[in-house]
Design a protein around this ligand. Structure first.
Ligand SMILES: NC(=O)c1ccc[n+]([C@@H]2O[C@H](COP(=O)([O-])OP(=O)(O)OC[C@H]3O[C@@H](n4cnc5c(N)ncnc54)[C@H](OP(=O)(O)O)[C@@H]3O)[C@@H](O)[C@H]2O)c1
Length: 201
């Protein structure tokens, strides 16, 4: 892994491997360093979310819920704490946790909103809600150290995880991640963002 002190002028994502999850450690032209927690699983495998019936709360397999939380929540704690010493050496440290619109309690509890039409999920959605909660706790701890910590929702992106049913390209989904990874010193922390602006928790 490249040290924060040796960041080059060209952004260069560097995969960091850990037992439970992965992060992309990135050096930007502004010499900021960012831990972007992108690794995640749905628990349902490579499937259209509309077919993820194994997430339905009343019949869900608890071992699947545990596995999803292991990667999507506990893994982020493990990797964050592993990279923090290096991040702290950067003049502009940033942490971006890749969450989901499905994490938003406000959006998903609106019976008239688009998310009420999704299959209920006891694994993926709650794990991403927990990731948002974790984002706020890390942000509060690290605010005094200048580490900006935010959660993002990339939107419905065409990837393996949804069996390529997403309608956004990977580049479109990544835009908000890059934006939050390269925030200036007055940027937000403890926030939740999509590409078109802040999201409600
Ligand atoms: N696609 C969407 O519409 C969408 C929407 C909202 C949020 N997200 C979030 O965006 C992130 C990326 O998802 P994606 O759609 O790109 O899914 P994906 O195509 O399935 O990619 C997930 C990535 O996470 C890695 N990963 C999973 N478990 C891991 C583990 N235990 N250790 C290390 N790496 C692990 C996978 O590596 P391997 O391939 O080696 O297993 C893969 O590179 C996830 O956090 C997901 O929840 C996606």
């Amino acid at each position: 892994m490249q040290s924060a002190a040796s960041c080059s002028a060209t952004p260069r994502p560097i995969p960091l491997f850990a037992p439970v999850t992965s992060a992309t450690f990135c050096c930007s032209p502004s010499n900021s360093s960012c831990a972007g927690h992108n690794a995640g699983i749905t628990g349902s495998g490579q499937v259209d979310p509309a077919d993820a019936r194994d997430q339905i709360p009343s019949t869900v397999d608890l071992d699947m819920v545990r596995a999803v939380f292991e990667t999507n929540v506990f893994g982020v704690i493990a990797v964050t704490n592993a990279v923090l010493p290096l991040l702290r050496r950067s003049p502009a440290p940033r942490i971006v946790n890749v969450s989901s619109h499905a994490a938003s309690l406000t959006l998903t509890s609106d019976p008239d909103g688009p998310f009420a039409a999704l299959l209920p999920s006891a694994a993926y959605s709650p794990s991403k809600t927990a990731l948002c909660a974790l984002t706020v706790q890390y942000a509060n701890e690290l605010r005094k150290d200048g580490v900006l910590v935010n959660a993002v929702a990339p939107g419905f992106v065409d990837t393996d995880s949804n069996n390529h049913t997403g309608f956004l390209t990977v580049a479109q989904g990544a835009a908000v991640v890059v934006r939050l990874a390269t925030l200036g010193p007055d940027g937000p922390t403890a926030g939740f963002f999509a590409e078109d602006g802040p999201l409600p928790w």
